[in-house]
Ligand binder design. Structure first.
Ligand SMILES: O=C(O)CCC(=O)C(=O)O
Ligand SMILES: [Fe+2]
Length: 371
């Protein structure tokens, strides 16, 4: 009798969940630790009920014939007609899909591969060394844990993650783990320069001076995030990353060949299969906000998979760590009588803190800032 009452009591089942989450966090071994221990049934904390009931939008996958455009940057710097053409492609993609892939982006393919290897080396190294980096202290220079929103999200994701702020105040090399330090530093430098080039093209796409977005400090901060999605024995019950949009200005994503990333467009989920040598670029919430909704920050998610591990590196351009009181709102030059500001002004710190406290709950943070 008591057992029945306890299990139907929402308060006690909530307590169970809290202690399960804590026990999982305390292992410091992440989702990979569960897989290494041989779990065949994924723990309850990872279950996403709407997926199981097929009740979310996931029931509609790839009904439209659509693929993310691949934009070739080759020759952009010495042919002005080609440059205009590329700006038009970037403009169209950013207004419509919020996502595009780039090739001939200036980052050597070997470097991209070594970057993915570096992330994998970190996760697959000796557990005792890896655990030393496990922390929920976000002021650390290198933060490794499993889900950042483990204790607040409705369901945990089948994913482990580490991150470091690589700009404006990069960590000292010795503050990063030996498994990925050299490549993380080198790759981040390349991404910084690609981000600058893209922000120039995006400024032009908005009809602004080429340096407009750079001058607004959109490329001052870079957060480097290394994800590891272990193979999942029951991928239909959970997700690698829940539906969300990025809180950055711009995100540069490097994914391996496993696949599983999907974007939510026209009320359905669309696969974003990896394209060899390409980097995936997406508009973040902050760029949607300053462009007054001209550019779209599109929600996306990552499926859990049986074939993993899947490795990806997401580099977010934002300035969250710069203690600036600078206000960001819709860019004045874009505002007209017919196009009044759609958002109130905010600081990066306020925006990112709001997004972080909310976790990956599928609701855009932008709504909170709408006028
Ligand atoms: O791993 C991926 O492909 C996507 C990760 C992602 O969406 C994110 O880090 O915001
Ligand atoms: Fe994302």
């Amino acid at each position: 009798m008591e057992t029945v009452m306890e299990s139907s009591n929402p308060i006690s089942s909530k307590f169970d969940r809290a202690s399960e989450l804590k026990a999982f966090d305390d292992t410091k071994a992440g989702v990979k630790g569960l897989v290494d221990a041989g779990v065949e049934k994924i723990p309850q904390i990872f279950h996403i009920p709407s997926l199981q009931a097929n009740a979310d939008e996931g029931a509609n996958v790839n009904k439209v014939n659509f693929s993310i455009p691949i934009i070739d940057l080759k020759g952009i710097d010495n042919n002005s007609r080609l440059r205009e053409e590329i700006v038009a492609q970037i403009s169209h993609a950013s207004e419509t899909w919020g996502f595009f892939q780039v090739v001939n982006h200036g980052i050597p393919v070997e470097l991209m591969e070594e970057m993915l290897h570096g992330v994998r080396r970190f996760y697959e190294q000796d557990d005792e060394i890896k655990k030393q980096y496990y922390t929920r202290d976000l002021t650390k220079k290198f933060v490794y844990h499993t889900n950042f929103d483990l204790f607040t999200a409705p369901a945990a994701n089948w994913r482990d993650t580490f991150f470091s702020y690589m700009a404006p105040n990069p960590p000292k090399p010795e503050e990063l783990p030996a498994a990925c330090r050299d490549i993380q530093i080198e790759y981040s430098k390349h991404v910084m320069s690609l981000g600058h080039r893209l922000l120039v093209l995006l400024s032009e796409a908005l009809g602004l001076e080429p340096t407009h977005l750079i001058d607004m400090d959109c490329a001052n901060g870079l957060t480097f995030v290394g994800h590891y999605y272990p193979a999942c024995p029951q991928p239909e019950l959970t997700l690698g990353a829940s539906k969300h949009s990025d809180d950055s200005f711009l995100t540069v994503l490097l994914q391996d060949q496993i696949g599983g990333l999907q974007i939510f467009l026209e009320n359905q989920w669309i696969d974003v299969p990896p394209a060899p040598g390409a980097l995936l670029i997406n508009i973040g919430d902050l760029l949607q906000l300053v462009s007054n909704d001209k550019f779209k920050s599109i929600q996306h998610r990552v499926l859990a998979n049986k074939e993993g591990p899947r490795v990806s590196v997401a580099c977010f351009f934002s300035t969250s760590l710069v203690p600036t009181a600078k206000l960001y709102g819709p860019i004045k030059e874009l505002i007209t009588e017919d196009n009044p500001p759609k958002y109130r002004e905010t600081t990066i710190h306020e925006f990112v803190s709001y997004n972080f406290s909310k976790g990956l709950d599928g609701v855009s943070s932008l709504l909170h800032f709408k006028i």
